[in-house]
Design a protein around this ligand. Structure first.
Ligand SMILES: Cc1cc2nc3c(=O)[nH]c(=O)nc-3n(C[C@H](O)[C@H](O)[C@H](O)COP(=O)(O)OP(=O)(O)OC[C@H]3O[C@@H](n4cnc5c(N)ncnc54)[C@H](O)[C@@H]3O)c2cc1C
Length: 309
């Protein structure tokens, strides 16, 4: 990929002004918006070079330096930039989000204020079945005919929960207690401030296909709509070296080496049986091995093995 042309890169202040307070919709009633941003690609470069200052360095030099830093996990220069967001997120999703400790948070208080009168609703074509091979994950979509029933009962449950909540408030019950039976689909809002290094860590984990779809949508939106235009060089390196990268473990590498040496003149992709013959000895006696599955995924992605038996 070639370096961005410096003459076509928009002025940073213009980008920040265009983004600030712009609500990017996520899910049915959520959003993310940038409140403030300190720093840009240049702040990362400046911190790494410490003594040079901005000087007359070319964009291409900055790009190479950022790519080097990201590739080799020299992380502190990325901590020099900070971003502050306001987000509106269903509470189940927020529960995952808030596990990322290296951020500062102020959340809407349902002790102090009325709970937001909005709950995330699932469309009749959006119910996902339980994945068979991953206890944490979803598989395909349910049939719409089943979804209609599920969406209808969700609607009834959410309305009933809100009604009970409002009845309690009318009866004079404290907001802090009245809220206890609101569903996890209820939206909350929060300010969320984080440095660029920890934001990239969050995005790498939560844009990944292993993350739940709902939080993935938030991470993708933050990444593509906000981080990419604010930090184009960092974003490009992040995609190349984190999101699109593949880490091979020692066991993976040795499996590949055995596969190559045992395959002789056979063309790749090798068969699934050939993969099983080449697998790490510690996986051989296991009926199920997550690590073997992950290794197979990588080798399939590299075009070295076919998935089917
Ligand atoms: C796909 C997926 C599935 C998950 N499943 C579960 C689950 O089933 N159950 C569950 O409980 N959690 C689960 N989590 C949450 C996960 O275990 C982490 O808590 C979460 O992703 C936050 O990651 P983090 O600690 O690296 O990030 P942050 O808290 O933002 O921290 C960033 C980095 O700072 C450093 N750091 C922060 N705090 C400390 C500390 N106290 N000591 C030392 N270093 C620190 C670490 O290097 C850390 O990586 C899951 C996460 C993902 C992405």
């Amino acid at each position: 990929m070639s370096a961005p042309d410096a003459s076509t890169v928009p002025d940073r202040a213009t980008v920040v002004d265009a983004l600030r307070w712009q609500k990017f919709p996520v899910l049915d009633d959520g959003f993310v918006a940038l409140v403030d941003c300190m720093g840009d690609d240049g702040s990362v470069v400046q911190a790494a070079r410490v003594s040079y200052g901005e000087g007359t360095r070319k964009v291409s030099d900055d790009r190479q330096l950022i790519r080097y830093l990201l590739r080799h996990a020299h992380t502190t220069p990325f901590e020099m930039a900070e971003l502050k967001f306001v987000v509106r997120v269903p509470m189940d999703c927020w529960r995952q989000w808030i596990r990322h400790r290296m951020a500062s948070v102020n959340e809407y208080s349902t002790r102090y204020s009325l709970a937001i009168d909005s709950m995330q609703a699932t469309g009749d074509d959006a119910w996902r079945s339980q994945a068979a091979n991953n206890r944490q994950g979803s598989a395909g979509l349910m049939a719409k005919s089943d979804g209609e029933r599920l969406t209808q009962s969700e609607h009834e449950l959410q309305n009933f929960a809100r009604k009970v909540y409002e009845e309690r408030l009318e009866a004079g019950i404290a907001r802090e207690q009245a809220r206890k039976d609101l569903p996890l689909s209820t939206y909350t809002e929060a300010y969320w401030k984080i440095d660029l290094h920890n934001l990239l860590h969050f995005l790498a984990l939560r844009m990944d296909t292993h993350a739940q779809l709902e939080i993935r949508r938030y991470a993708e939106t933050i990444g593509q709509q906000i981080v990419a235009p604010l930090f184009p060089l960092v974003w490009e390196a992040f995609l190349d070296y984190r999101v699109e990268a593949m880490r091979l473990t020692r066991l993976d590498r040795e499996t590949i080496q055995r596969l190559v040496s045992q395959s002789g003149s056979q063309a790749f992709p090798a068969s699934h049986d050939a993969f099983l013959a080449a697998q790490d000895p510690s996986w051989k006696d296991l009926t199920r091995s997550r690590e073997r599955d992950e290794c197979l995924e990588k080798l399939v992605a590299l075009g070295l093995v076919t998935r089917s038996a």
